[in-house]
Design a protein around this ligand. Structure first.
Ligand SMILES: Nc1ncnc2c1ncn2[C@@H]1O[C@H](COP(=O)(O)OP(=O)(O)OP(=O)(O)O)[C@@H](O)[C@H]1O
Length: 207
């Protein structure tokens, strides 16, 4: 997966969130999008995922040298973010059955994923009854272990304790090979494994 951004800009009403942003993301590398709260990291991530359209400039996606139109890019990505909801009315087993109908896992069964997330005891529990840390481990497990060449992680260690943070770092680093990984963060340990950084504040328009 390769993503080329050319003079990309996004504004809400009269406010430019970022502008004149040209950058290239290449497969096999991990990148951190940095910036303080409210600086535009999530807006950038949502533009990258194709869920919001840029106000100016362009994004070109390529997978195995084949151009992917923006309205198809959702097929190639997995995404975890605090603002993306799990289907809470399902039990864990039902949720995994549902998820894998749309997106396959990376060479493991739903049962093996449950074990890898240390959620065996919650197999038949409704997701709405999970603790916030369990929900976050589930979101990350689904994103990291979905077979997609583009992995997008916004604030990945939200609600995780130190054990959960170590778990995230172990699994994301084990599963980043041959993929493009983009992490939005302002916490150093979340992106310690990244090869490149992009500071979104450098693309704020000068007032
Ligand atoms: N739909 C929207 N309409 C208008 N303004 C918006 C909208 N979404 C985000 N914004 C504004 O865009 C700016 C950047 O928000 P964004 O959520 O991208 O920042 P962030 O860097 O991800 O913040 P945080 O670290 O707090 O998650 C903020 O000023 C926010 O109010």
């Amino acid at each position: 997966m390769q993503i080329k951004l050319t003079k990309l800009g996004k504004r809400y009403n009269y406010d430019w969130i970022f502008r004149h942003l040209s950058y290239e993301f290449v497969s096999g590398k991990a990148y951190a999008i940095l910036g303080y709260n409210g600086s535009g990291k999530s807006t950038f991530m949502n533009t990258l995922s194709g869920s919001i359209l840029p106000s100016e400039g362009s994004i070109a996606y390529q997978n195995n040298s084949q151009a992917i139109p923006v309205d198809e890019i959702y097929r190639y990505l997995s995404f975890s973010a605090p603002y993306l909801e799990l289907v809470e009315e399902f039990t864990l087993t039902e949720l995994l059955q549902f998820h894998t109908r749309f997106k396959p896992l990376r060479q493991l069964t739903p049962n093996q994923l449950i074990e890898r997330m240390y959620l065996e005891k919650a197999r038949h529990k409704f997701v709405k009854d999970f603790s916030s840390g369990m929900k976050q481990r589930l979101k990350l497990g689904l994103a990291i272990y979905t077979d997609a060449p583009l992995l997008l992680l916004d604030e990945p260690t939200t609600n995780l304790d130190q054990t959960g943070i170590n778990w995230y770092l172990e699994h994301v680093t084990e599963n980043r090979k041959n993929r493009l990984v983009v992490v939005c963060s302002n916490i150093a340990h979340e992106y310690s494994f990244c090869d490149g950084t992009l500071d979104i504040t450098q693309f704020h328009p000068v007032k």
